[in-house]
Ligand binder design. Structure first.
Ligand code: GTQ
Length: 349
């Protein structure tokens, strides 16, 4: 854009013109073009980190103030500090920490928003998805695709906390949100536990089963034990300088992301490994499942340890440093951006 000096007279004429057209809900493009069509992404999202050790007690206090049934979902939303009031951790994604106490039930509902859970703290809870329960173990990655019935419960003896990731801001953007409550608080299981994983997640599929690439997977739990084994298995070969050892979760029937709106990843960094600087257009939420380290995001340094959550905004260059052997889970809107032909990455040396 070229900016020529203009006389005060022209400036005044334009100002009055803008005021006249304003009454008709008209705005001159040339005043906003640079912001509308930036040369590279200019996100309002800020880099941020939530230290689990600092917020755990606040999460537990919610358990003394409101029941899961009353809250429907007892969650503290992780709001990006630059997007307070928007229930967003990035422009397109939502994250929260959900607490369920022994004996409680978070009642069945379904909605067009897609959700993922990453179990962080405690044992003995379950999530039921479309008639099948799965017991939640730390590090398990569980999904409830769009419009699937889901309820949560805790039949164990410990409070259980997991990270929720949803596409709430995306569905809000499209104004395509629908939701309904189940007629019963808990779904009556119609299939034994482990059925979906055996049927769709064992390198085999039912003989007549076919899916389009946009359909979510029927595998709704990716056990941490499998993820850990896969990462340990590839860690015998050389590491990628930008990623360490990083795999993406997939719908095993199609190779696409488990759900069309959210991509999820697991990443192993050997002790003392430092990634080369990297950026991509998908603002990404990370949580540390094992180990500790630092992330440097455009010059800002954050230290993380187990269960901490941090967010790297779109097109922000970052570099991860592991102290001990470190395992990170992450999620982003990458599959949406790739589907729309928008996704870009850049690797620096
Ligand atoms: O568990 O269904 O964090 O509907 C936000 C909205 C969790 C859920 C959230 C939800 C859920």
């Amino acid at each position: 854009m070229q900016t020529q000096p203009i006389s005060t007279e022209v400036h005044e004429q334009r100002k009055q013109y803008y005021q006249r057209i304003d009454a008709h809900n008209l705005t001159p493009l040339w005043e906003v073009l640079g912001a509308l069509v930036p040369r590279s992404p200019t996100t309002p999202v800020a880099p941020a980190l939530w230290r689990y050790a600092e917020i755990r007690e606040h999460v537990m206090e919610a358990g003394r103030l409101i029941t899961a049934a009353e809250a429907e979902r007892r969650v503290l939303i992780l709001e990006n500090p630059a997007l307070r009031g928007h229930s967003s951790i990035t422009q397109s994604l939502y994250a929260g920490l959900q607490l369920i106490l022994p004996g409680e039930v978070a009642p069945a509902h379904r909605h067009t928003q897609s959700a993922l859970r990453l179990v962080l703290d405690g044992e003995g809870a379950y999530t039921a998805v479309d008639g099948e329960r799965t017991t939640m173990h730390r590090g398990d990655f569980i999904i409830t695709p769009s419009w699937t019935w889901h309820d949560h419960g805790n039949s164990g003896g410990q409070p259980v906390v997991w990270l929720d990731g949803l596409d709430i801001p995306t569905v809000r953007f499209f104004d395509s949100g629908f939701a309904e409550h189940g007629k019963d608080a808990s779904q009556i299981p119609s299939r034994p536990e482990g059925d979906a994983l055996a049927r769709y997640g064992s390198n085999m599929l039912p003989v007549d089963f076919h899916q389009a690439s946009w359909e979510p997977t029927k595998v709704f739990v990716y056990p941490f034990s499998q993820t850990r084994d896969a990462l340990a298995g590839i860690a015998r070969a050389a590491a990628d300088p930008h990623l360490g050892y990083k795999l993406r979760y997939v719908n095993p029937a199609t190779g696409a992301s488990p759900m069309p709106t959210i991509g999820a990843f697991a990443q192993l960094l050997p002790a003392a490994f430092v990634t080369n600087p990297y950026r991509s257009t998908d603002g990404t939420v990370f949580t540390c499942l094992q180990g500790e380290g630092t992330v440097e995001i455009e010059g800002q340094l954050f230290e993380f340890t187990e269960n901490d959550v941090f967010v790297v905004p779109s097109w922000h260059t970052y570099r991860l440093r592991a102290l001990g052997e470190t395992l990170l889970f992450s999620f982003s809107d990458r599959p949406m951006q790739q589907g729309l032909g928008l996704w870009r990455e850049e690797k620096f040396n």
